[in-house]
Design a binder for this molecule. Structure first.
Ligand SMILES: NC(=O)c1ccc[n+]([C@@H]2O[C@H](COP(=O)([O-])OP(=O)(O)OC[C@H]3O[C@@H](n4cnc5c(N)ncnc54)[C@H](OP(=O)(O)O)[C@@H]3O)[C@@H](O)[C@H]2O)c1
Length: 335
């Protein structure tokens, strides 16, 4: 029997990675991807690679119902930055037309999108698994200490909603995505990575000893999703290629680039000034939370990839050094 896997937002980083993995490593799955714009270059490329592409929008529950028809499995995620980090929304907050923090706005939209996907998935009679790209609930696991980490808390609210629907009971598994390695390449300065006089400096509000789960999204997301389709419903795992602390990451990068570099821990509350949108505070609270409570907040139901493998579900993972090697760092070196 052919299983139909529907991948939401197939043109995005996570969606495209899942499709590529299943094409290469699980060809028995039939694949369908959703997009808001089937005539975009990215969507056309997917269609040309043999994927069924369906026009759907996570803001429109009926379109998601159509997209999910006949699915055996679904991989679903949202994009908080796509919702929030647009000049239109940020501009409205700065102009006082939308009350800060902007994360609250994104939270509301993201939660509604997640509920739309859940409601649509709940109408699919043969659905066996819904894999939700989740994150830890900061408010819950910090016992209310940190309340501004909207783009993490939204994912947990959506997870809880999915699990509350009768027809999805026992079918929802969660992939708690680690920190994307691409962040360092695409927006180094926002992540505190700079270069001066040929030396790298990574300054982050993150303890030197904190082993962060890093994920090479392109290479490894699909392997995690496949393992979650094989494992029982309700499984939750941190999507991590490797766990590395700051100095370890800097060393890998410096070794590759052949330069010297340092990692410095900076106070998290020193990074939040002069931001009328509240977004810097949101990010700073995420760092403070991870420092204090860990990436998964100590949630006992969330396992590591090694623990999932011990239960018999293989998660082949790449190496962060490979991601560093194949990435283009010329902009950082030229800075
Ligand atoms: N960066 C990190 O370190 C990190 C770590 C853990 C989790 N996450 C989570 O990962 C998520 C982002 O995943 P991603 O990077 O894979 O997403 P992405 O590449 O930004 O892809 C999002 C896709 O969603 C579709 N989309 C639907 N509604 C959209 C909207 N309103 N604005 C823009 N695009 C929209 C777009 O496809 P079409 O245009 O084809 O419809 C787009 O290709 C976020 O929710 C974030 O919280 C990030």
């Amino acid at each position: 029997m052919t299983n139909l896997l529907v991948v939401v937002s197939a043109t995005g980083n996570q969606g495209a990675a899942v499709i590529k993995y299943f094409q290469q490593h699980a060809p028995s799955y039939k694949l369908r991807g959703t997009t808001r714009n089937p005539s975009s270059d990215a969507a056309m490329a997917l269609a040309n690679s043999g994927i069924e592409i369906v026009k759907a929008d996570v803001n429109d529950v009926d379109s998601m119902k159509t997209a999910f028809k006949g699915a055996d499995a679904i991989f679903a995620y949202t994009t908080f930055s796509g919702i929030m980090q647009t000049p239109e929304i940020m501009g409205k907050v700065v102009a006082g037309e939308l009350p800060p923090p902007v994360g609250q706005y994104a939270f509301d939209v993201e939660v509604q999108q997640g509920k739309n996907m859940a409601d649509a998935a709940a109408t699919v009679p043969g659905l066996e698994r819904l894999v939700w790209s989740s994150l830890s609930s900061v408010k819950k696991w910090s016992k209310g200490k940190y309340t501004q980490a909207f783009h993490l808390d939204s994912k947990e609210v959506i997870k809880d909603y999915m699990n509350s629907l009768e027809s999805l009971k026992g079918k929802v598994s969660c992939l708690q995505m680690g920190c994307f390695t691409d962040n360092m390449v695409t927006m180094p300065e926002r992540f505190g990575l700079t270069q001066a006089d040929g030396e790298l400096r990574w300054a982050m509000p993150m303890s030197r000893k904190n082993k962060m789960p890093w994920i090479d999204v392109e290479r490894d997301t699909g392997a995690f999703v496949k393992a979650l389709l094989d494992a029982p419903g309700g499984t939750q795992v941190v999507g991590a290629t490797e766990y590395l602390d700051g100095p370890e990451y800097v060393k890998l990068l410096c070794d590759h680039l052949g330069v010297a570099g340092t990692y410095t821990e900076v106070p998290w509350d020193g990074t939040v000034q002069d931001d009328p949108t509240g977004f810097k505070l949101e990010i700073a609270q995420v760092y403070a939370y991870v420092n204090e409570f860990g990436y998964d907040g100590g949630d006992p139901e969330v396992m590591t990839a090694d623990e999932l493998e011990q239960r018999g579900y293989k998660v082949p993972r790449s190496k962060i050094a490979d991601h560093i090697k194949r990435s283009n760092w010329s902009h950082l070196l030229a800075a």
